[in-house]
Design a binder for this molecule. Structure first.
Ligand code: C5P
Length: 229
């Protein structure tokens, strides 16, 4: 059986994980797991079904039988379907991110998504983007990266991203939301956001996207050559 290599990229909201993970997966020719999208989808499915975001039992059951598909739209862009309906834009709003962070605090939801996340690991490899990829979901991963950036810079990046998408955003409100989400993600009892002890920490404050990608790929090559050789 061919061995599946895994690179985990964890970090707080706005640390650039999404962009970096996508670029790394494409450079390595590996699959990509956007685990945040799974929590966003559980929250959206919960809202659609009229389930309160505190109702752990119902959300756990929902997470277990979530009917989702990741693929591309007619223009070749990334797309996501929930119960056969395209929800790509709907899961990317700030509201969806906050809802995701609430359902992600429920241990029963996290447990329900564990095996589903592991099934993304297919040969030759997987880049897994999230909060607990290196600590809980893929503790045996060959390469672990933890990306950070100052809260101010993360708010600025998110603001720029939203403006580019034509979404009105207020920087002060975004900073507050990011701080709230950081607080909830880092202090929850179930799989809090912490760097794995064997992760490479990379503070991307002031770094260009290209130089972060370059550094992450350098780390990957270095670690992979060690595990192979
Ligand atoms: O990464 P993204 O912003 O899409 O994640 C949305 C929320 O989902 C995060 O704020 C976090 O609470 C939760 N999440 C998580 N564990 C993951 C990925 C995301 O708890 N592995």
């Amino acid at each position: 059986m061919q061995k599946v290599q895994v690179m985990t990229i964890d970090g707080p909201s706005g640390s650039g994980k999404g962009t970096i993970s996508r670029a790394a997966a494409s450079a390595l020719g590996w699959a990509l797991l956007d685990s945040g999208a799974l929590y966003r989808l559980v929250a959206l499915a919960g809202r659609k079904a009229g389930i309160a975001l505190e109702d752990a039992q119902s959300l756990g059951r929902l997470a277990q039988r979530l009917d989702i598909r990741f693929g591309s739209d007619s223009a070749g862009g990334e797309a996501v379907w929930l119960d056969g309906i395209e929800v790509t834009g709907r899961i990317r709003t700030e509201q969806a991110g906050n809802d995701a962070s609430r359902v992600a605090a429920l241990p029963i939801v996290r447990a329900a998504l564990l095996e589903r996340q592991r099934r993304f690991a297919v040969p030759p490899g997987l880049v897994a983007d999230g909060r607990d990829m290196g600590t809980v979901v893929f503790p045996e991963a060959e390469v672990k990266v933890f990306l950070t950036a100052s809260a101010a810079e993360r708010a600025l990046r998110r603001h720029k991203q939203l403006k580019e998408k034509g979404v009105a955003a207020n920087l002060a409100a975004l900073s507050l939301e990011i701080a709230e989400r950081d607080q909830r993600d880092s202090t929850r009892a179930a799989s809090p956001l912490v760097a794995s002890v064997d992760a490479i920490l990379l503070d991307t404050t002031g770094m260009s996207v290209d130089s972060v990608i370059e550094r992450v790929l350098e780390v990957a090559r270095e670690r992979l050559s060690r595990t192979v050789g």
